[in-house]
Design a protein around this ligand. Structure first.
Ligand code: 9MR
Length: 343
């Protein structure tokens, strides 16, 4: 920005009584690539990021000035505030306050919401599950574009919980009672490469739910990867085409790529960039994959912190001070249909 333009902006801010952003805030938020606009220009519904309004991220001016721009993020997922422990802290006692806040923030900033999530407790009794699902779907209604109905119900050996079909049936009934169109998803991790878990998703979850009724609309591929272990585009295409063949939509729901050791080395950053690039590349190539969501976009607020993950971390596209990593360049390039200059 030229000095004259900067002064003009400052004069406007002072005249309107608006808080004056620090130079780094202006810089980062104005140079952050318009990921959502880029994704939508290629026919996708959104590029988004989760936000955890219980964390300090919402008080971080630079962070929030990026999050708020709908050109950057056109969708959000509540990182925590719609989980069972928040919405039904005691059996039969519901509290939607924090989830409502996330919905309000999304509305103010022009974002669709993937509501996350209804059920993941394997032991949940059917009666309690039905009440929980019905109440929560009814409360948030069409504020949710889509919903993760069941989260992470498959074990590494492919075994799974029987209640999944019921959860989807109850969810569909609640949606129909509202006469709404809310897409119902199964969401899980490590289902980006062919293997035991993917086979179980295909043969158990999807087949069972589909044969019981028209209860499931899509698969959420969480996409928590690392700088040294991530799927190839070919693997992703294989898996996505299996989901798509069964008529399901696909969302990339929780994309982050942890560096196995921190601070992330130069080669770690290269691997990280490649992992982000691959996942988004496969989604962009797959018509049924309609949206991509970061599991936060700043290392400070991502769930993988070195202190609790054997030194792994730095899993997002921005360092803690909100400066960009090569991964952000890779994401912009793949959305533009360009090859990766930093991978
Ligand atoms: O990022 C979330 C973290 O803040 C919570 O402590 C944790 C437990 O509720 O859940 C994290 O998000 C998880 C998501 O809900 C489901 N997939 C895995 C995510 C990372 O653990």
């Amino acid at each position: 920005m030229s000095l004259r333009k900067t002064l003009a902006v400052l004069a406007t801010l002072i005249a309107t009584g608006t808080a004056i952003p620090t130079p780094s805030q202006t810089e980062t938020s104005s140079s952050f690539p318009h990921l959502n606009e880029l994704a939508q220009a290629k026919g996708k519904l959104w590029f988004g990021s989760s936000i955890d309004t219980t964390s300090d991220s919402v008080k971080d001016d630079t962070y929030i000035s990026i999050f708020n721009q709908s050109a950057i993020f056109g969708q959000t997922t509540p990182g925590n505030t719609m989980k069972w422990d928040y919405t039904e802290p005691q059996n039969g006692v519901f509290d939607f306050t924090l989830g409502d806040e996330t919905i309000a923030l999304a509305k103010q900033t022009g974002k669709k919401v993937r509501c996350h999530h209804l059920v993941w407790t394997k032991e949940t009794l059917l009666g309690a599950m039905k009440t929980h699902i019905t109440k929560e779907i009814t409360h948030y209604g069409s504020n949710c574009y889509s919903r993760d109905v069941v989260n992470e119900a498959i074990n590494y050996d492919g075994s799974y919980t029987d209640n999944i079909t019921y959860a989807f049936q109850y969810a569909r009934e609640a949606v129909q009672a509202l006469n709404a169109d809310i897409k119902l998803f199964y969401n899980d991790y490590q289902i980006s490469q062919p293997g035991t878990k993917v086979t179980s998703v295909l043969n158990n979850i999807i087949t069972n739910v589909q044969s019981a009724g028209d209860y499931i609309d899509g698969i959420g591929m969480e996409s928590h990867h690392s700088d040294t272990f991530y799927p190839t585009v070919k693997e992703l295409n294989t898996v996505m085409s299996e989901y798509a063949k069964l008529g399901l939509g696909i969302h990339i729901t929780e994309l982050d790529v942890a560096c196995e050791s921190t601070p992330c080395s130069t080669s770690g950053q290269t691997g990280q960039a490649q992992a982000f690039y691959n996942v988004i590349h496969a989604c962009m190539e797959t018509a049924k994959c309609t949206g991509m969501t970061f599991w936060d976009f700043n290392d400070k607020y991502n769930w993988i912190q070195p202190s609790t993950n054997d030194g792994a971390g730095d899993a997002t596209v921005l360092w803690e001070n909100c400066t960009a990593k090569p991964a952000l360049t890779a994401v912009e390039e793949v959305l533009r249909g360009e090859s990766c200059s930093v991978c």
